[in-house]
Design a protein around this ligand. Structure first.
Ligand code: SR1
Ligand code: MG
Length: 402
């Protein structure tokens, strides 16, 4: 296979993925290689090429010209592969220890070749199996503070920030979020997947005028605010981890948006996994919710004070105002994400896998009630501990309020 600009795109298969890995000198020419397509996301192909004799491996990710889970009837730009590889490289400038190394990219083939992370596990899967990942929220809080502060106006200055934002226009993937996170889950749209035992609750939500109004405001803020370069889809399926290590993958939804969106997605998906836990370790997942916020704010504050291009940065109260604004967005977007994982198209696989109907329905209805409160009452939340209290109230079926 050539990587010349004249060659037309074609999807890889397990054999051509091996050919490419050898051609890129990632393995010896005579190495015996195995390859498996392991993509389980909604959009792309992912090939895992390994050399069993040495234990070495690499990942080759390729965008398809359509949405993988739907098929060719839903075409989608290959441009997302460029977004992903460029975003990975930018995030690596700020937080290299939390991002996979990119070995090679090919725009024509929509390919990103990157570090093999098979020593780690996808956090959503690990959480479902009972893992806790003690360092996860410390690592994610660091990653979020460094990437989000580092790409903001405060760190870069407005001119450089505007230049960088041009590189991450990403209209097609932003439209997916606008529709499937912000719009469809709040209306009776045919794309929604609502299980029978939840249809009454869904009808209630879809006619809740307060929810629609606050959901609309969050969507508009997502569409117009350009605070920092976001990952754009930072759920627990986009994070690999072990007890010692954390890596954030899949930033194909990267664009300039509101800082609270990335934090909110991590929190929402951790809350969902916590709702599914009924043993003592639930508290350890909930600690990730408070800790990610604490680590984020501590580090963001240090970065703000160390190096800030904004003339007004030192004005008393300005940093505190920014952090309150980010918290309000974080809470609201955590609500939007939780809601779409219950009544929208793309559900959380760990919750869907629960076979006890009563338990699954309880988790989903608690999640929907919590999500509504996070969206509608987001300005009332003063700290992340309040989110944890709201989850316990939703789970116990009592009124949410502090
Ligand atoms: C149709 S795509 C739905 C979801 O898949 C991606 O992983 C994003 O989360 C998107 O919202
Ligand atoms: Mg993804």
């Amino acid at each position: 296979m050539s990587t010349s600009a004249k060659v037309a795109y074609e999807p890889l298969n397990e054999q051509t993925a091996i050919t490419l890995a050898v051609k890129l000198n990632l393995f010896d020419r005579d190495a015996e290689l195995h390859c498996r397509e392991i993509g389980d996301g909604n959009l792309n192909l992912v090939f895992h090429v390994t050399e069993p004799a040495t234990g070495h491996g690499t990942i080759i990710k390729q965008a398809l010209p359509y949405v993988r889970v739907i098929g060719e009837s839903w075409p989608l730009t290959l441009e997302r592969a460029r977004m992903e590889s460029e975003a990975l490289q930018i995030f690596a400038r700020y937080a290299p220890e939390y991002v996979p190394v990119v070995h090679h990219t090919d725009e024509q083939y929509a390919i990103t070749v990157m570090e093999d992370l098979s020593r780690l596990k996808i956090v959503r899967t690990g959480f479902a199996e009972g893992a806790v990942y003690p360092l996860l929220s410390t690592h994610i809080g660091e990653y979020l503070a460094r990437t989000l502060y580092g790409t903001s106006d405060f760190a870069l200055g407005a001119e450089a920030r505007r230049e960088l934002a041009l590189q991450f226009h990403n209209p097609e993937l932003c439209k997916i979020t606008e529709n499937f996170v912000f719009t469809y889950p709040l209306i009776d749209d045919e794309s929604n997947a609502v299980e029978t035992g939840l249809s009454e609750l869904a009808q209630e939500l879809w006619s809740d005028q307060k929810l629609l109004l606050e959901g609309a405001k969050l969507k508009q803020h997502f569409m117009t605010s350009a605070e920092a370069l976001l990952h754009g889809d930072l759920h627990t399926g986009s994070i690999f981890a072990s007890d010692e290590e954390t890596k954030v993958i899949d930033p194909e939804f990267a664009f300039y948006g509101p800082i609270g969106y990335d934090i909110g997605l991590f929190i929402a998906n951790t809350l969902l996994s916590a709702l599914a836990r009924q043993d003592d370790t639930r508290d350890e997942l909930l600690r990730h919710v408070t800790n990610v916020w604490d680590v984020f704010t501590t580090r963001y504050t240090q970065l703000w004070q160390q190096d800030n291009q904004e003339y007004f940065a030192g004005v008393p109260g300005y940093l505190e105002y920014q952090l309150q604004h980010i918290l309000k967005d974080t809470v609201g977007y955590a609500g939007s994400e939780m809601m779409r994982r219950v009544v929208g198209l793309a559900h959380a696989k760990d919750i869907e896998a629960i076979t006890d109907d009563a338990k699954r329905l309880h988790i989903k209805s608690s999640a929907a009630r919590l999500a509504r409160d996070l969206i509608v009452n987001r300005t009332q939340y003063r700290d992340a501990q309040q989110i944890v209290r709201a989850l316990e109230q939703a789970d116990q079926g009592v009124e949410i309020g502090n």
